[in-house]
Ligand binder design. Structure first.
Ligand SMILES: Nc1ncnc2c1ncn2[C@@H]1O[C@H](COP(=O)(O)OP(=O)(O)OP(=O)(O)O)[C@@H](O)[C@H]1O
Ligand SMILES: [Mg+2]
Length: 312
C-alpha cells in the first residue's frame, strides 16, 4: 500500500516540542512516504524533486554556522552507530561540510566502522575535565572533511564524572569550542538515560532517534519525550527513525502503515550490515543500492532541517 500521507504527517515526524526551529518547508510528499516494495526496501525515490536536488554547499562551507546532530536512543543495538557514521560520511564527503564524528560510547564502534585503529591511550574522558580540549584528541580520517574524536575505555566513568563536576552544559560548551573548525558535529551516543543524555540534549540542535519496528518503541519514545519535558522543557527537534525495517514482515508493514507512518525508515539490509565487515560506509561500495538511497534521503531531510533552522 502506498503510504501517501498528508503533508501534515511531517509535523508528527519532527517533534518540535520546544519550538526551537521553524517547521520544515512544505512539500507534497516526504521522501520516506513512498510505496513499499515489500522486500525490506523503501521504494525507488519518486519524490524526484527532493532526491535529485543537489544539496552540496557550493558556496563553500560556512564555518561558524555549526549544527550538532545527535543520534540518540535509549535502546541498544538499534543502529545508532551505523547511522551516525553514515550521516557523518555523507555530510563530509557528499555535503562538503567540515564534519566531526564524536563517539561518546565506550564501545568505540564509530572509529571501528571507519576503519580507524584503536587509540593506545585512554584519553577520551579527559576532554570533559576542566582543562580538557577536544581538539587535541581529534584525528583526521581517510575521508575528506571528516574528523573523528574516538571513544575509549576511559568513557566508562563519564556518567559519574559529569555528575561530579555538575556542569550541565559541559558537552555543549565543548561543541561550542569547535564552532570555528566544524560546521557539522555528529554525536554517536550511548544508550543511556541520565547525566550523559542530559548533556547530549543540551548540546544538540537536532536529535535523531533510531527505534526498532516494535510496539515497544512507542514506550521508549514516550519515556524519552517525558524525560525531555521534565528535565528540559524545551528541547531540540526530535526525529524518530524506524531502524532495520523489514518490509517482508507483516508486523513491520502494519506498524509502518499505522502509528509509525510519519517516521522515516531505514531498511534492514545486508549491504548496511556489510559496513561493519568492510569497515567502510555503504556509500563507498554500494552507493546506488536502495538502502544507501534511503540513508541519503534521510540525510537530506536532516540537512534541510538544520539549514532551515539556521536560516531562521
Ligand atoms: N539497517 C541495518 N540493516 C542490517 N543491519 C544493521 C542495520 N543497522 C545496523 N545494523 C547492524 O546491527 C548491529 C547494531 O548496530 P549498531 O552498532 O549501529 O547499533 P547501536 O544502536 O549503535 O548499538 P549500541 O547501543 O550497542 O551502541 C550491527 O551489527 C550493525 O551492523
Ligand atoms: Mg553504538
Amino acid at each position: 500500500m502506498a503510504l501517501l500521507v498528508a503533508q501534515d504527517g511531517l509535523d508528527e515526524a519532527w517533534d518540535d516540542a520546544g519550538g526551537l526551529s521553524p517547521p520544515l518547508p512544505r512539500v507534497k510528499r516526504w521522501p520516506w512516504q513512498l510505496p513499499d516494495l515489500g522486500q525490506g526496501g523503501i521504494a525507488g525515490c519518486d519524490s524526484d524533486k527532493i532526491c535529485q536536488t543537489d544539496h552540496r554547499d557550493h558556496s563553500g562551507d560556512s564555518l561558524g554556522k555549526m549544527s550538532v546532530i545527535a543520534v540518540y536512543s535509549t535502546k541498544g543495538g538499534v543502529g545508532k552507530t551505523t547511522l551516525s557514521v553514515d550521516l557523518a560520511w555523507r555530510s563530509a564527503v557528499l555535503g562538503g561540510h567540515k564534519t566531526l564524528l564524536w563517539d561518546l560510547d565506550v564501545q568505540g564502534g564509530a572509529g571501528y566502522l571507519l576503519g580507524e585503529d584503536e587509540q593506545p591511550r585512554l584519553r577520551a574522558a579527559g576532554v570533559f575535565h576542566r582543562e580538557g580540549r577536544p581538539d587535541q584528541l581529534i584525528c583526521e580520517t581517510a575521508y575528506p572533511n571528516l574528523s573523528l574524536l574516538s571513544a575509549d575505555d576511559s568513557l566508562r566513568s563519564l556518567q559519574l564524572h559529569l555528575a561530579r563536576i555538575g556542569q550541565k552544559r559541559r558537552l555543549a560548551n565543548l561543541t561550542n569550542m569547535l564552532r570555528g573548525r566544524y560546521s557539522r558535529i555528529i554525536l554517536d551516543c550511548p544508550p543511556l538515560l541520565g547525566e550523559v543524555s542530559d548533556q547530549i540534549i543540551a548540546a544538540a540542535d537536532v536529535l535523531i532517534v533510531p527505534l526498532p519496528v516494535s510496539p515497544l518503541s512507542f514506550r521508549a519514545l514516550d519515556t524519552l519525550r517525558r524525560e525531555l519535558k521534565r528535565e528540559h522543557g524545551r528541547h531540540p527537534p526530535l526525529l524518530p527513525v524506524l531502524s532495520m525495517y523489514d518490509g517482508r514482515r507483516k508486523a513491520h508493514r502494519d506498524l509502518r502503515e499505522g502509528e509509525m507512518a510519519p517516521y522515516p525508515a531505514i531498511p534492514w539490509s545486508s549491504a548496511i550490515e556489510q559496513t561493519a565487515f568492510r569497515r567502510a560506509p555503504i556509500g563507498t561500495f554500494a552507493p546506488h543500492a536502495e538502502p544507501a538511497q534511503a540513508l541519503d534521503r534521510l540525510w537530506r531531510v536532516i540537512e534541510a532541517k538544520v539549514q532551515g533552522a539556521r536560516a531562521a
